[in-house]
Design a protein around this ligand. Structure first.
Ligand SMILES: [Zn+2]
Length: 632
């Protein structure tokens, strides 16, 4: 494919492959295939640039990082670019690509974000990507963002986007992606605990709330609200039109319809109640009948038919006893057969050896039944138990409807149809209205919940409807990151007080690191001693905070991740990068990136903590891991 692109003059190109390993594989394949897209002069130039970046090319660290084969690829004009790459390597790849020396880059979609590497062509390996749990289709937004790199400003008149064909590729969906001009932008903005503290500290509760409401995320939400509002206005206009069409020359048709609707609602209700009541009566009756009972079901227009119960019901909720009829048919009956018309008229003693399949037994049973049925009292017409109040209301409504001026209109049913339209449109509007209500001020509501949690934990103090930031709150205000609240809680308690600098860096790593796959987690055993105790206490603390969050209908704290604990501990103890990475599947780039974040959080902790000893430990913890390739 690369050779094809080269022949077609479509280099430099970026090929997006949605997995780091596959990017590296692609480079290896190119190297194994002896591919190169650079001239001898270009190769010299590349070598010079790389040497300038890495003067000590023979160091052990560079050997670990696969420096030699990486250089080989660069000289041939081929490289990978993904988050697992060491930052220093990435810089070189970007520089060489911009200089037109590296012409073939295999990248994950992280390249699509913010890095200036325009290409002549962009290749998409496929239109699905692994998002951690499923293979999701590339969205129109992603497609636009990825292919947006094709075409270099001032060099190319047009860019080329190429999608690699494979059997599952759906040309129609590709056409759909390629022609989509607009796509919804989704904001990932969410107010955090730290943000709430700092906003309240600076502006007070009310202004902070206002600021959040007018923030970008709210703007995003409102844009969809604008759409809903337009829809609502259109529906309301439609209703105006329908109302005009519904007008009756005889009187106020809306009031006439209101009477009719009241009547039908009332009738529906009583009918529903009636059905439920009949079912209850029947169920109770069928549950109570016993073996040998002779029962009749009084039908309104037929004479009562007797049955004898052969087997009692099993299922309390849907009792279906087995019975034999006067005509010697054996069957099961349920509540729909009985309604509220079942009654027991007598008893036949069934012998223990009773066999309902025997014709002789059946005829004996039928005879017994008819004797009992003949002497049974006739059905007493059950008095219809109905709420007389409702009956009165129903007849009042009926009268009012007949008396209404519009009742006699010859166009009445025509008016009714217009009314039905108004009614259903109004229901649509009601639905839209509640959707708008939940969307607007959703961020302010989130902010209120955050304040509740912070007040409960005494980071904020509530006075009437405003808050003041407590001393603990000021500490939280200096901690940034997803687990800001947990970090502040750890500082406030004595969890970290006994830790050495090495242990501290390791403990803090759980607040920063996130495994790429879920199965990375829990495979690590927890270190023993004071570090292990501290980690366990942190998990408890996390659990407490989760409880408090859920009491306030929040779910913002992500889980701690112990996946970086051992790596950080070993690195802090001064082990070599080779040793540290040996038993993990971390790539050097990941290691450096996470380590820098751990250093950053340690720095925040040392500044925020009001315990001088802890602050000093955090500082030296940061210094311990800020060495070697992390410090490059
Ligand atoms: Zn009319």
């Amino acid at each position: 494919m690369i050779e094809e692109l080269d022949r077609a003059g479509l280099l430099p190109s970026i090929t997006f492959i949605f997995s780091r390993a596959a990017c590296d594989d692609a480079v290896s394949q190119c190297l194994a295939g002896g591919l190169f897209v650079t001239s001898a002069e270009e190769r010299l130039e590349i070598r010079g640039i790389v040497d300038a970046h890495f003067p000590d090319a023979s160091s052990e660290e560079l050997r670990i990082l696969g420096f030699a084969s990486w250089c080989d690829g660069l000289e041939r004009g081929i490289a990978a670019h993904h988050a697992g790459l060491l930052p220093a390597f990435k810089v070189v790849v970007e520089q060489l690509f911009q200089a037109g020396l590296v012409k073939v880059v295999f990248a994950t979609e992280t390249l699509a974000l913010g890095i200036n590497m325009p290409a002549r062509s962009v290749v998409l390996e496929k239109l699905t990507k692994w998002n951690g749990s499923v293979h999701a289709a590339v969205t129109a937004g992603e497609y636009t963002q990825l292919t947006g790199r094709a075409g270099r400003r001032g060099i190319d008149t047009q860019g080329h986007a190429i999608v690699v064909w494979h059997s599952e590729l759906d040309p129609d969906s590709l056409a759909g992606l390629a022609s989509a001009r607009t796509y919804p932008l989704k904001s990932s903005f969410k107010p955090s605990y730290n943000m709430a503290i700092n906003l309240i500290e600076k502006f007070g509760t009310h202004r902070a709330r206002e600021l959040l409401e007018s923030s970008f995320a709210q703007f995003q939400a409102d844009r969809s609200v604008v759409g809903l509002a337009t829809q609502m206005r259109r529906s309301e206009d439609a209703i105006d039109g329908y109302q005009e069409a519904m007008e009756c020359h005889l009187g106020d048709f809306a009031s006439y319809m209101s009477l009719r609707r009241q009547l039908s609602d009332l009738e529906k209700d009583t009918k529903r109640d009636g059905v439920r009541e009949r079912r209850n009566t029947a169920t109770n009756f069928l549950n109570e009948v016993q073996r040998g009972d002779v029962i009749v079901i009084d039908a309104a227009r037929r004479s009562s038919v007797p049955f004898v119960v052969i087997d009692e019901a099993q299922d309390m909720d849907d009792p279906r006893p087995r019975v034999m009829s006067q005509t010697r048919v054996v069957k099961r009956i349920g509540y729909t057969d009985v309604g509220d018309q079942g009654r027991t008229i007598g008893q036949i003693r069934l012998p223990a050896t009773f066999d309902s399949r025997s014709p002789k037994t059946r005829s004996w049973l039928a005879d017994q039944m008819s004797v009992i049925a003949k002497s049974a009292p006739p059905a007493v017409p059950t008095e219809k138990i109905s709420d007389s109040k409702i009956d009165v209301e129903i007849s009042r409504l009926r009268k009012a409807i007949r008396a209404h001026a519009c009742h006699g209109c010859t166009d009445r049913e025509e008016h009714v149809r217009w009314h039905e339209r108004i009614y259903s449109t109004q229901r649509e509007i009601d639905k839209l209205e509640s959707r708008v209500a939940t969307r607007t001020s959703s961020i302010a509501k989130e902010f209120d919940r955050i304040c509740e949690v912070l007040t409960e934990l005494k980071y904020l103090e509530k006075s009437s409807d405003a808050h003041t930031v407590t001393d603990a709150g000021l500490v939280l205000g200096r901690i940034y990151g997803e687990l800001d609240l947990l970090t502040a809680e750890c500082l406030r308690s004595s969890i970290w007080r006994e830790l050495t600098a090495e242990q501290m860096s390791s403990a803090v790593s759980t607040l920063v690191y996130e495994s790429r796959r879920d199965d990375d987690r829990d495979t690590q055993n927890i270190p023993e001693g004071s570090l292990g105790i501290a980690l366990t206490e942190m998990v408890y603390k996390w659990g407490e905070l989760k409880d408090i969050e859920s009491q306030h209908r929040m779910d913002s704290l992500r889980e701690m991740d112990p996946g970086f604990v051992w790596v950080t501990l070993k690195w802090a103890r001064g082990q070599s990068i080779a040793k540290v990475l040996k038993s993990t599947d971390l790539q050097p780039g990941d290691f450096v990136r996470w380590s820098k974040q751990v250093i950053d959080l340690l720095g925040q902790i040392s500044l925020a903590s009001d315990d001088p000893k802890l602050a000093a430990t955090a500082r030296s913890a940061g210094d311990l891991i800020n060495r070697g390739i992390v410090a490059w």
